[in-house]
Design a protein around this ligand. Structure first.
Ligand SMILES: NC(=O)c1ccc[n+]([C@@H]2O[C@H](COP(=O)([O-])OP(=O)(O)OC[C@H]3O[C@@H](n4cnc5c(N)ncnc54)[C@H](O)[C@@H]3O)[C@@H](O)[C@H]2O)c1
Ligand SMILES: [Fe+2]
Length: 400
């Protein structure tokens, strides 16, 4: 098999990394960035200090989580009106993806839903600097932007092109120190989902396995520590490496059913991306087990599980168990109904399931899954983790 790997050309990682951005842009000959961020990030002292060093920067701070297509048009209008010459995305995956998508419209015109088909982005986007403030999405290392389509029923579009890979990324753990525990947990579990899906994906290769497995190892070790104490700079630094390595890995290996099924949950109910992945991850790992026993055993060992004397199938099952234990230790909601009701909404299985299954079947990341998938499989996985009572029922069935 011919393997493929396309890294970001510059990744600066470590405490204080963002202090090099102004000189980096000057060196490249850029003077007027459009800085795409959100209202929360825009209030942080690091952001104010950082923008103060760039006199002619224009700021777009309206990005919402799971960014809607309408914001992309708005950002592109501002870029053109203000005659900006480059882009900076600062925030979690949402502002970085928003910046990428703004770049697509600036260079290629039209509307963002015109670019869901592979090969449709013909022209490179402007020079893009990505600055992640979560250790989660890995968007600073990927050629994808995930944008919510607000036409008709809401769904998430994956815009993918090598043209979207950031020109340079500055991964600075100091600006992640204030990320609250719940967000640290959910975004960290997004990074773990990337690493595990990339490790198990159909197109995994030796490059991506090296990065994905190291990310898995670091996340099991440092995520609990950083949720317990957000000010632990060493743990934040390890998590920032892990998220970027997971991003580099899945950018080439692909993802799988966790992401294919979590996108409809976020688009339909607004569940945070990492929280939706955390619910689905152990169930999808169990579904995929027959395709990847050996790699699941390696994941279980990285999580510190003892597989001594266990038959292969039972040893592989420890991987999903370790995810459930980690999520529970981190206080993450383990089922869809409770995650939706925490947002003040109601998840109606009978009413919504057909549309969720249909959207998951059409999600591009489904194609990377190591085991072939039918609509009935997806329905059954959603049903299993729908509520605490469905989870209890499955446990009883498994235990005979
Ligand atoms: N492009 C890709 O390759 C890729 C990969 C995975 C996920 N995504 C997308 O990324 C988005 C999710 O990104 P995310 O999980 O990083 O979160 P996010 O950008 O949606 O932000 C979530 C919340 O965290 C807050 N926040 C961010 N950094 C903070 C900090 N340092 N301190 C305090 N609050 C902070 C934000 O203001 C926001 O309220 C989704 O839309 C998902 O689909 C993209
Ligand atoms: Fe993700």
């Amino acid at each position: 098999m011919i393997s493929f790997f396309n890294p970001v050309s510059h990744i600066f990682t470590g405490p204080g990394a963002i202090s090099n951005i102004a000189s980096h842009l000057e060196e490249k000959g850029f003077h007027k960035p459009l800085i795409v961020t959100d209202k929360i990030i825009a209030q942080f002292p690091f952001f104010k200090k950082f923008t103060a060093s760039m006199f002619s920067a224009v700021i777009y701070d309206k990005t919402q989580a799971n960014p809607p297509d309408t914001q992309i048009n708005e950002g592109a209008e501002i870029y053109k009106r203000e005659r900006c010459d480059c882009l900076i995305g600062v925030g979690g995956g949402s502002p970085i993806d928003c910046a990428k998508a703004v770049g697509v419209l600036v260079s290629n015109g039209g509307k963002i839903s015109d670019y869901t088909i592979s090969g449709s982005i013909k022209r490179p986007i402007p020079y893009l600097v990505a600055i992640p403030t979560t250790a989660g999405s890995g968007s600073e290392c990927t050629s994808a932007a995930i944008i919510t389509n607000t036409q008709g029923h809401h769904s998430k579009m994956a815009i993918m092109s090598p043209n979207l890979t950031p020109s340079a990324s500055f991964v600075d753990p100091e600006i992640m120190l204030g990320l609250p525990p719940a967000l640290t947990a959910s975004t960290g579990l997004d990074a773990l989902s990337h690493a595990i899906e990339a490790y198990l994906a159909k197109n995994a290769n030796e490059y991506t396995d090296g990065l994905a497995f190291n990310a898995i190892r670091l996340i099991f070790k440092y995520l609990p520590r950083v949720v317990a104490n957000g000010g632990d700079l060493k743990a934040r630094e390890k998590m920032s490496y892990a998220q970027s390595m997971a991003g580099l890995a899945f950018n080439c290996a692909g993802l799988g059913l966790v992401h294919a099924m979590s996108h409809p949950l976020s688009a339909t109910y607004g569940i945070a991306h990492g929280s939706a992945n955390a619910i689905l991850l152990p169930w999808v790992m169990e579904f995929n087990a027959i395709a990847r026993y050996d790699k699941l055993i390696e994941i279980a060992e990285a999580a510190g599980e003892n597989r001594w004397n266990l038959p292969k199938r039972d040893a592989a099952a420890l991987a999903a168990k370790s995810i459930r234990t980690l999520s529970s230790d981190l206080g993450v909601i383990p089922n869809i109904s409770e995650a939706v009701s925490a947002l003040g909404k109601y998840a109606d299985f009978e009413k919504d399931i057909d549309s969720l299954v249909n959207d998951a079947m059409n999600d591009v990341f489904k194609n990377d899954n190591p085991r072939n998938v039918s609509p009935a499989d997806i329905r059954s996985i959603y049903a299993s983790c729908w509520s605490s009572s469905t989870i209890d029922l499955i446990k009883k069935l498994k235990n005979g």
